[in-house]
Design a protein around this ligand. Structure first.
Ligand SMILES: Cc1cc2nc3c(=O)[nH]c(=O)nc-3n(C[C@H](O)[C@H](O)[C@H](O)COP(=O)(O)OP(=O)(O)OC[C@H]3O[C@@H](n4cnc5c(N)ncnc54)[C@H](O)[C@@H]3O)c2cc1C
Length: 280
């Protein structure tokens, strides 16, 4: 007794019955978190549907919930679906420590936070950014950073930002040094840790962000919900059948359907472009 995933939209509304939303193991998933996450998503979307607003859809780069829904709305799973971190390709972006940063704009938009929570999180974000700037400006003498200093043979001093980027150096190494600068650093360990993580992994995070931007470009190539694939010349019958069955909402989603090749996407992309121009 379950609803096949290809009959569910990424908003968790069923394709056959408008206004009917499914969450949890009825969608072929197993697990407490899997069910709870979908319950939240389906609940928000049911309200948005009543209010005739656009659905709330998280993509694969924003949350594990987005990865899960995308996985089973583009693939036919034969086993109950469980969410594992290995299923996400943007794991560096989907960290536990930045969950609030990723999802805060939505929590605010859908009124899931009280005024006090909004204010305290915005203060935390502002303080983190201010601390990053201070780490950038404050300079420490090479002689004061022990063995790590030997890596900087031609310099007398480096910024705390550079120091934090060194392998093996953590905020715990930096904390005892903070008293000696003219800048007053935050006394909140949470703020300092957030700033240190941002600095330490900035290069990797920027690289992942470039991949996410490419991914978003494909996600933004939307496909109308009632799009007909039957008359697309040059598209394999197997691809036509799969697209008709899953009814992907974007080129990105279409490309992730099992058995779909880059060639199928190229044909679909050209046809979609022509279709959009005709509609215009
Ligand atoms: C023995 C066991 C151990 C498990 N252990 C774990 C674990 O350790 N960790 C983990 O993450 N997951 C575990 N799971 C899986 C997890 O419990 C489920 O995947 C999850 O609870 C499903 O949540 P759900 O809301 O989709 O469904 P359910 O929790 O089954 O909720 C469905 C609800 O609908 C009600 N209902 C059914 N029909 C009707 C009707 N006609 N009218 C009104 N109400 C109705 C039911 O009474 C029930 O309350 C376990 C499952 C089992 C069976």
């Amino acid at each position: 007794d379950y609803c096949p995933a290809y009959q569910i939209k990424p908003s968790l509304e069923t394709k056959r019955y408008n206004g009917l939303f499914f969450a949890g193991q009825i969608n072929g998933t197993s697990g407490y978190e899997e069910a709870a996450g979908q319950g939240l998503l389906a609940g928000i979307n049911a309200v948005l549907c009543i209010e005739k607003e656009k659905p709330f859809i998280l993509d694969r780069s924003e949350a594990y919930l987005g990865v899960m829904v995308d996985d089973w709305t583009t693939r036919s799973t034969t086993e109950p679906y469980r969410l594992c971190t290995s299923r996400a390709e943007y794991r560096l972006a989907l960290r536990e420590d930045n969950a609030r940063d990723r999802l805060y704009p939505y929590a605010k938009k859908y009124a899931l936070l009280g005024n006090q929570e909004i204010q305290s999180f915005e203060t935390l974000q502002d303080s983190t950014n201010a601390e990053i700037q201070k780490f950038r400006k404050a300079r420490i003498a090479i002689s004061k950073i022990g063995e790590t200093g030997k890596r900087f043979k031609r310099k007398d001093s480096i910024s705390l930002e550079e120091y934090l980027k060194q392998p093996g150096v953590t905020i715990q190494d930096v904390l005892p040094l903070l008293g000696q600068f003219e800048q007053t650093f935050s006394d909140s360990i949470e703020v300092l840790e957030r700033a240190a993580i941002d600095i330490k992994y900035a290069g990797y995070i920027a690289k992942q962000q470039r991949e996410i931007n490419k991914f978003k470009k494909m996600e933004n190539e939307t496909i109308p919900e009632d799009f007909s694939y039957r008359n697309i010349k040059g598209l394999k019958n197997e691809a036509k059948e799969k697209f008709s069955r899953f009814q992907p909402l974007s080129l990105g989603q279409a490309g992730r359907i099992e058995g779909i090749t880059p060639g199928d996407i190229a044909v679909l992309s050209v046809f979609l472009k022509r279709h959009k121009e005709t509609v215009k």
